[in-house]
Design a protein around this ligand. Structure first.
Ligand code: LIP
Length: 298
């Protein structure tokens, strides 16, 4: 069994995410290149998405033949199997992110490599329109658990980082989520899929939620929604239909800021539902979403 230092993985994630965000910003400035559609006419993938994911893959996998990468545009790719490469255990953690290593975050023993879960540009529609709410998201998964993650808003440069057990941070400040306890006073973020039938169902769920909360925010990038809830900029967030790359890093940031990040009915966060809420509010919103069968529909 090899050991891997989650802060070393965070170093690697931050270096890659910053480079990816820089490339995304350059493409945005120069023109984002061809824009293709994926599952529907409104589900976009740009040449920039592909270029950024290729850069992330190169930076994260080069020299680490035992690591794998799951990316939105390329799917699963791996460079061989086996234990963590030696350099993952020898190098001291030279953290490039702002937060200091926290007490109690021990190196992890694993027989597998690291699986990097990346979204090259989360919030692609915002990116195409030039709305400054799109992000590069990089998460490191070891033994099936995300242990380090970074989200960089490629428009503003804001950067959120987290190591499991080490807190969530932005610009050297440790994040704590909302303490709101009343659903009626909760500002709730959400999002919608690209398929028309799913959007109609999600709108019907929203019809039941909107009258019972302070208000709704639809910001357009799940990774940044999860960082917003970690900041307390919104009190809670829920969305059906997310992919692992949408919420892997942002979900750890939210968890480390004190939020409960779950699915519904005892399920983990996943395509059926991602719900992030402060402990005092999570149950109320959870039960409302169950009542509205928010994880159902197309
Ligand atoms: C987006 C998510 C967002 C969701 C959008 C879309 P993409 O990801 O971040 O939360 O509401 O429908 O799925 O497609 O921009 O990478």
């Amino acid at each position: 069994m090899a050991e891997v230092d989650p802060y070393h993985l965070l170093d690697r994630a931050v270096i890659a995410a910053r480079a990816g965000a820089e490339l995304a910003a350059q493409w945005r400035e120069r023109g984002i290149g061809a824009v293709d559609t994926k599952s529907t006419d409104t589900d976009l993938a740009t040449a920039a998405d592909h270029a950024v994911e290729a850069l992330l893959s190169e930076l994260l996998l080069a020299g680490h033949p035992h690591d794998q990468l799951l990316g939105e545009e390329s799917g699963e790719s791996s460079r061989g199997e086996g234990a963590i490469a030696a350099e993952d255990t020898d190098r001291p953690a030279t953290t490039v992110s702002a937060e200091p290593p926290a007490e109690g975050v021990e190196p992890l023993a694993t027989a597998e490599g690291v699986r990097w879960i990346v979204d090259p540009i989360d919030g692609t529609v915002n990116y195409v329109y030039g709305l400054p709410q799109y992000a590069v998201s990089v998460a490191a998964e070891v033994g099936g658990q995300v242990v380090a993650g970074v989200v960089v808003n490629a428009a503003t440069g804001e950067e959120w980082t987290a190591v499991r057990g080490g807190g969530a941070w932005r610009s050297g400040v440790r994040l704590t989520c909302s303490t709101e306890e009343t659903l009626q006073r909760a500002l709730v973020a959400t999002g919608f899929g690209y398929d028309a039938a799913r959007r109609a169902y999600q709108a019907s769920v929203l019809t039941g939620v909107l009258p019972l909360v302070r208000d709704i925010r639809r910001l357009g990038a799940a990774a940044l929604d999860l960082c917003a809830v970690a900041e307390g900029w919104v009190d809670a967030y829920f969305e059906k239909g997310l992919n692992p790359w949408d919420h892997a890093a942002g979900g750890l940031v939210a968890t480390e800021a004190g939020l409960l990040v779950t699915g519904l009915r005892g399920q983990p966060p996943g395509p059926a539902m991602v719900l992030a809420g402060p402990p005092a509010l999570h149950r109320q919103l959870h039960d409302l979403l169950v009542e509205m069968q928010a994880d159902g529909g197309p």
